[in-house]
Write a protein that binds this ligand. Structure first.
Ligand code: ZN
Ligand code: ZN
Length: 326
């Protein structure tokens, strides 16, 4: 009996120790993220140029426009702008299937992998890089079996590898093509997951303005907007993607997004008030279009944004194209 008591005590002590270390490393990462935000001021991108039309086709997200398409709590959007076809993130593939939900949806929506010239990975989290296998190998995976991406250029937020695609790390803002750029990475400390560097894509649509395409939104909406304003003298027209506001349970019974990925300690929840403040901040920007991904926000949050932005709100659903043109 005594031995069992010692074992239990040992496990408890080790657990407490591990937890203390994780809290300390979270605080340290928080300091690093704040310092990098305060110290880095990007140079303006004056020659961004424009595209005539932007189309965003959600290939993976939580909700789908019909039952034959696969939804999952991850992100992959096909961004067609100018002569570029960009895959923004590659979904989750939770069961490591082949063909993955992403490939099945692409097949149904008539999207051929050969059309894609660029892949942009917002950040190195499993719901954006194609699952746990991808994380283990520090890569991104479109399916459970190898997909040839030798024709693709991949822009990744931190050091990642790929067996066939040409990979470039893009921590700094960078023009990708006429009218298209990455705003560069913004760091955020995520408890239990280290320092997360996340980039967002921006497309300048002629006669409309800048449309931001966001992954998980760990950077926080206010900083994404501030970085974009620093980079361009063009008004922000729209924001499409995840902003990470899982405040209420609503859909998922045990919602890990509420505990990890919040940028806070596990017992510090995101409050409703923070969501309302972020929505007001976005509204001050005079956005003409906003759509919040349901993969990392709850339905309560989505409804609040719908109420506030009314006809300016667009639903993000797999198979339902969002288009912006002059
Ligand atoms: Zn996410
Ligand atoms: Zn994430």
């Amino acid at each position: 009996m005594k031995i069992i008591a010692y074992v239990i005590l040992g496990v408890l002590v080790l657990g407490l120790l591990g937890f203390t270390v994780s809290v300390r490393s979270f605080s340290k990462n928080k300091e690093i993220a704040e310092a990098s935000w305060n110290e880095y001021r990007p140079e303006k991108i004056a020659n961004l140029g424009t595209v005539k039309e932007l189309k965003i086709m959600p290939l993976i997200d939580y909700y789908t426009s019909n039952d034959t398409l696969s939804g999952e709590p991850g992100v992959s959007y096909l961004v067609s702008a100018g002569d570029k076809k960009i895959m923004f993130d590659v979904g989750f593939n939770m069961e490591n299937e082949h063909p993955s939900p992403l490939l099945r949806n692409m097949n149904q929506l008539g999207v051929d992998i050969k059309e894609i010239d660029t892949i942009v990975i917002s950040h190195n989290h499993v719901d954006h890089t194609g699952g746990i296998q991808a994380k283990k190998q520090d890569t991104f995976l479109l399916s459970g079996e190898e997909i040839d991406l030798s024709h693709v250029k991949a822009l990744v937020p931190e050091k990642m590898v790929h067996s066939t695609a040409e990979v470039e790390v893009t921590p700094k803002p960078k023009k990708i093509a006429d009218g298209i750029a990455t705003i560069g990475t913004i760091d955020r400390a995520i408890w239990g997951m280290g320092l997360t560097s996340e980039q967002a894509l921006v497309v300048n649509v002629e006669g409309k303005g800048l449309v931001l395409v966001v992954g998980c939104g760990h950077q926080k909406a206010a900083r994404i907007l501030e970085r974009t304003r620093e980079l361009f003298d063009v008004p922000i027209y729209g924001v499409i993607g995840g902003l990470h506001y899982p405040v209420e349970e609503s859909r998922m019974k045990f919602n890990m997004q509420k505990i990890i990925g919040t940028g806070k300690l596990p017992w510090q929840k995101i409050e409703q008030q923070e969501v309302l403040e972020a929505a007001a901040e976005l509204d001050k920007t005079n956005l003409s279009m906003i759509g919040i991904s349901a993969h990392d926000s709850c339905d309560w949050t989505l409804d609040k944004f719908r109420e506030l932005f009314r006809e300016r709100y667009v639903d993000i659903m797999v198979g339902k194209e969002i288009s912006v043109a002059r």
